[in-house]
Design a protein around this ligand. Structure first.
Ligand code: CMP
Length: 139
């Protein structure tokens, strides 16, 4: 089925001017960028977005990293977009990411791993609504 998923180009990637190269990976794989904006998250926004990780030991560092520079938040649309995007990104830890994935090719570390993607269709709906009004998504 055609799905939508939330993607974030993280501060390590915007800092190295990799947004275009990352977007090309999505488009070449058949995902369409149907909404996109560059934002500098506040601490409160980053904490709320990653609320499910609040009790994890890396939570504080994750929030600091995510507010260390601008991010590009985007909605990707396509057949099985949630799973497809996770394939294109590769494993969370770049050391475990498959060849040819964004994280294998661009990520600096498990934390500075260049991109975020929703992990389920239910979470995609929540995460998209967190950043975008319906009128900002143009399919
Ligand atoms: P993301 O897919 O955005 O989801 C949570 C983020 O926490 C993850 O990518 C990483 O950027 C970050 N993170 C840092 N340390 C870890 C860890 N040990 N395990 C999982 N995620 C981590």
């Amino acid at each position: 089925a055609v799905e939508r998923t939330l993607s974030i180009v993280k501060p390590d990637a915007t800092r190295r001017n990799l947004t275009g190269k990352i977007n090309a990976r999505f488009e070449e794989a058949g995902l369409r960028i149907v909404a996109q904006k560059r934002v500098w998250l506040s601490k409160q926004q980053a904490e709320q977005f990653y609320d499910v990780h609040r009790e994890r030991p890396f939570f504080g560092e994750l929030v600091s990293f995510m507010i260390s520079g601008p991010v590009v938040v985007q909605v990707l649309e396509g057949e099985n977009a949630v799973a497809r995007n996770r394939e294109i990104m590769g494993a969370t830890n770049p050391a475990n990411a498959a060849a040819g994935t964004i994280r294998k090719d661009f990520a600096e570390s498990i934390e500075a791993n260049s991109v975020h993607g929703s992990d389920s269709l239910d979470n995609a709906k929540i995460e998209i609504a967190y950043f975008f009004a319906g009128t900002e998504i143009v399919g």
